[in-house]
Design a protein around this ligand. Structure first.
Ligand code: UDX
Length: 436
């Protein structure tokens, strides 16, 4: 039995590779000829650790022909993008096109399983659309949201905390769940609307934890407390949990900002205010400015200062710069007259055209008045070596990701006189001395 995947983006390819590795026969479709040609030639259109090995180790076919996929597969996963549209609303045009194409080629009894993040009511509406396009259409629409993180998506797919299947008929839900028989985790069957909303609720909650920590960090800064200690104290309460409490420059990426904006739109549509989500986004939008104010406190005047931004992606192990706080900080600094040099171990292009791009960490630090860590790439730990730190013209580090432990910085400051500031962690006066 073949399962089809529509959309060869990161969700689609991870889904394909992981199902294939557990014995399912998989066919992947994408409208992009270029993507399918790359995949057929053994290449990968995206960077995701572990994916290449899984894709090459198993038989998966790739096609531009949706007819071929629809005719051969009983289970069809929709993994197309649902980007942010007007007024924050999720743009369902790719999803709708896929459904229209599927209905065109089949009247057989098949399952359309929506993995894309979609507002509650979408599976039901797509089922209605399929019936209106072809009255003999027997497609059953299921919601099966994914909770994959970029950078660990393969692991997240193979070892999830739970699998959610939303269906309006329990038997259909059970049948789709049987595709996951080799997965050993809680499996939750619910209505399609609940499954669809659960995805937004999960992402919003995680984002809210981050904004909460950032809010407490800004209070800790002024109250002389440390967010590290507070995180340990509250995170060890099992009701709160320690994950997603790391304070820093804020959350970015293709999911959290988009999904929270979509959630606000869903709220407006249903006449429900969602103040926690509104404030989560508002706090996050202010985090780059909080980093810039730390840079200003260190340098006083930004005009003509050369500032190295270390890390461009929204988090390590990805080259994705969508909604990355690093880009906002760079733009803020340029607007205030600073010269900005960008360095990232993986991002090849320059997402901030007015800034220069450094070829290496060392080259970016040379002649710079400050280094600002915006992504906690392991490579930046080299700054703890006095030789590397001494490459900077002025030994000023603004750690927008709290990547260094305070003890490490204290040790280093015994060898090199330096200035260090991070988020929510007040320091001894010796570390913020202005004579660097
Ligand atoms: C997220 C969700 O985790 C995933 O379940 C969903 O399917 C897609 O969205 P992703 O966007 O890949 O995944 O990244 P994630 O690891 O969740 O990080 C998101 C952002 O939050 C990053 O910018 C990261 O730096 C930031 N973050 C994360 C923090 O600032 N503090 C934390 O404690 C955790």
């Amino acid at each position: 039995m073949k399962a089809g995947i529509i959309g060869a983006g990161y969700v689609g390819l991870v889904t394909a590779a992981c199902f294939a590795s557990r014995g399912l026969d998989i066919m992947v479709h994408d409208t992009s000829k270029e993507k399918i040609a790359t995949l057929n030639a053994g290449g990968l259109p995206i960077f995701e650790p572990g994916l290449e090995k899984l894709l090459t180790g198993h038989t998966i076919s790739f096609t531009n022909c949706v007819k071929e996929l629809v005719e051969t597969c009983r289970y069809i996963f929709l993994c197309v993008g649902t980007p942010q549209g007007a007024d924050g609303e999720a743009d369902l045009s790719y999803l709708q096109s896929a459904v229209e194409a599927i209905c065109h080629y089949t009247e057989a009894d098949k399952y359309i399983i929506i993995k894309s993040t979609v507002p509650p009511g979408t599976a039901r509406r797509m089922e209605e659309l399929s019936r209106s396009l072809n009255k003999n259409c027997k497609l059953t629409f299921i919601s099966n949201p994914e909770f994959l993180r970029q950078g660990s998506a393969v692991h997240d797919f193979l070892y999830p905390d739970r699998i959610i299947v939303g269906s309006d008929k329990p038997l259909s839900g059970e049948e789709v769940l049987s595709l996951y028989e080799k997965w050993d985790c809680p499996k939750l069957l619910m209505s399609r609307e609940s499954a669809e909303l659960a995805k937004y609720a999960a992402n919003s909650f995680l984002a809210m934890k981050i904004s909460y920590s950032n809010m407490i960090a800004s209070l800790a800064d002024r109250a002389g407390a440390s967010i590290d200690d507070i995180q340990a104290a509250i995170g060890s309460d099992s009701r709160i949990g320690k994950d997603f409490l790391k304070a820093g420059a804020g959350f970015g990426g293709s999911c959290f900002p988009k999904d929270l904006n979509a959630m606000l739109h869903i709220g407006r549509k249903h006449g429900t205010e969602l103040p926690l989500i509104e404030n989560t986004l508002a706090l996050n939008e202010n985090q780059p400015a909080a980093v810039v104010s730390k840079i200003k406190a260190a340098l006083k005047e930004l005009t003509d200062k050369r500032i190295a931004i270390l890390g461009l992606s929204f988090k390590p192990m990805t080259d994705d710069v969508r909604c990355s706080p690093a880009v906002s900080v760079a733009e803020h600094l340029l607007n205030e007259g600073a010269k900005v040099i960008l360095y990232d171990p993986l991002v090849r292009h320059n997402p901030v055209h007015r800034a220069a791009k450094g070829a290496s960490l060392k080259e970016s630090l040379k002649q710079s008045d400050a280094a600002v860590i915006m992504t906690d790439w392991p490579e930046f730990r080299q700054l703890l070596q006095p030789d590397m730190l001494n490459t900077l013209k002025r030994k000023i580090i603004i750690d927008g990701r709290n990547m260094f432990r305070i003890e490490e910085i204290e040790m280093l400051s015994k060898e090199v006189s330096m200035y260090y500031a991070s988020i929510g962690r007040p320091l001894h006066d010796s570390l913020t001395a202005k004579s660097v």
